[in-house]
Design a binder for this molecule. Structure first.
Ligand SMILES: Nc1nc2c(ncn2[C@@H]2O[C@H](COP(=O)(O)OP(=O)(O)OP(=O)(O)O)[C@@H](O)[C@H]2O)c(=O)[nH]1
Length: 458
């Protein structure tokens, strides 16, 4: 965790944010099992990465469009962070999406600011509303909004004046504009190079005017982008876009996973752990496949699979890795959840020998009685589970043999057919008939695995 802390600080995540994050992740990481072949510290990096992604919103956030035209986006931020540039980029971004855009220039203080926006407007071919620098910004905003409505504009982007520092004059002006415009989005433009101060800055803007999101600019520079984490943690608002250069095309939606990788700066470790996870799953699948082919699928595997199905864990993927086996359906997973407790209690009452050698239970009523007593379940329940295991064995082996024979006669139908067969009450003539039909339809000569004599052979 000390290394993680250092990595985050080096990426310019602000100190209080680092502290609370590290504390949270430490609590979450305890109890997570370590994958074979991966060192615990390496796996911790993966845990941290996943938490970072989650914290930054998981998925890319879109703009909130207003129901009535236009959707107003009010831009805020300090001087020189790239606000005006971001206006032009956004205009182009939405124009490419087929939206009719307009921009409004309200920076009456910096001499060339209005011209700069007009020039950008020409470049991206989006009209810019300006009213000189003799009237107040909120009045310009009001006029701009009226014009946008008249022209039936979809998206109105309002550039504002920045100051070198957060000051009351700027905040009051922004508040005033917000009142006039009633914007769907108030986007704070943050320079990724801001570093440690990002948190205080975001917090000040959020408290004073209430932001709906942020745009992180200048990510093409050296910064590791720790500001992204600070923004989210301090304001609870998502980063919506990132700017990666001076050209008008250099704007992208914000992707938390990419940003997490960048902030941590441990991409190699991450891909290593991910690979190890894949390998582990493949190994498990191969092992399981071998066991199935040798008819050695035992209670340990059975428990493992029931457990994994219940939490939709890796075994679900293992099963899906087996040739021809699709993912489990939601219904099957729910069923597994229900039966997990029962199965767990019965299997934990077995001896290790019985677990790895299910034949023992199949052949001995007294063993089954003992397991029933030990687990507080009925003997029928124990018998049912044992027979289920053998059915599974046979079914899996049957399937494998068919597949190894090269032809897979309507695998989907097979599943459906089995489901249908299970719905028919046991012991009835109909069930027998359905099963017979199934057997003759799908079994191959090699696939004659049956339960041991005396139990479950019915
Ligand atoms: N490398 C890089 N430069 C950028 C990016 N965005 C903006 N810039 C540059 O940063 C400088 C300042 O950008 P402006 O858009 O003028 O900044 P501003 O926030 O509007 O400044 P004020 O109007 O004074 O408040 C310009 O030289 C831009 O070209 C970016 O994503 N990457």
């Amino acid at each position: 965790m000390r290394d993680i802390r250092r990595a985050l600080l080096e990426a310019d995540v602000s100190l209080p944010v680092v502290r609370s994050f590290v504390k949270n992740v430490t609590e979450k990481a305890i109890g997570i099992g370590v994958i074979k072949g991966v060192r615990p510290d390496q796996q911790l990096v993966k845990v941290v990465n996943d938490e970072l992604v989650k914290l930054m919103g998981g998925e890319a956030a879109d703009i909130d469009y207003s129901k009535s035209k236009p959707t107003v986006i009010l831009m805020a931020g300090l001087q020189g962070v790239g606000k005006t540039t971001a206006c032009g980029k956004l205009a182009l971004y939405f124009k490419k999406k087929g939206k009719k855009c307009m921009m409004v220039a309200t920076d009456i203080y910096r001499p060339a600011a209005i011209d700069q926006l007009v020039t950008l407007g020409k470049q991206v071919e989006v009209p810019v509303f300006e009213a000189g620098n003799q009237i107040k910004p909120d009045e310009i905003a009001r006029l701009g909004l009226a014009e946008a409505k008249k022209r039936s504009v979809d998206i109105l982007i309002v550039d504002t004046a920045g100051r070198l520092q957060v000051d009351k004059g700027m905040m009051d002006e922004l508040k005033q504009m917000k009142k006039v415009l009633n914007p769907s989005e108030v986007l704070l433009v943050v320079d990724a190079m801001t570093g440690q101060e990002a948190a205080a800055l975001v917090s000040a803007f959020n408290l004073e005017i209430g932001i709906t999101g942020a745009i992180l600019t200048k990510l093409d520079g050296d910064s590791r982008g720790g500001a992204a984490l600070s923004v989210r943690e301090v304001s609870g608002r998502p980063i919506k876009f990132v700017g990666q250069g001076e050209s008008m095309e250099a704007l992208e939606p914000f992707y938390p996973d990419r940003m997490a990788g960048r902030i941590l700066g441990m991409g190699d470790v991450l891909s290593f752990v991910e690979k190890a996870q894949e390998v582990m799953l493949e190994e498990e699948a191969e092992e399981l496949q071998k066991k199935i082919m040798e008819a050695k699928f035992d209670f340990n595997d059975f428990l493992k699979q029931t457990r994994a199905l219940a939490r939709m864990g890796p075994m679900n993927r293992v099963v899906s890795l087996l040739p021809g086996m699709g993912k489990m359906s939601q219904e099957q997973i729910r069923e597994a959840e229900k039966s997990l407790k029962i199965v767990e209690s019965m299997i934990s009452s077995m001896t290790p020998k019985e677990r790895s050698n299910p034949e023992l239970l199949a052949q001995s009523p007294s063993r089954r009685r003992r397991v029933a007593l030990g687990s507080g379940r009925s003997q029928e329940q124990v018998s049912q589970m044992v027979s289920q295991l053998f059915q599974m064995r046979a079914r899996m082996k049957n399937l494998m043999s068919i597949m190894q024979g090269g032809s897979i006669p309507g695998l989907d139908n097979l599943e459906e057919a089995w489901k249908a067969a299970r719905k028919v009450p046991p012991g009835t003539a109909k069930r027998k008939r359905v099963r017979m039909e199934l057997k003759s339809k799908y079994s191959s000569p090699q696939a004659a695995t049956v339960a041991p004599k005396g139990f479950g052979s019915r």
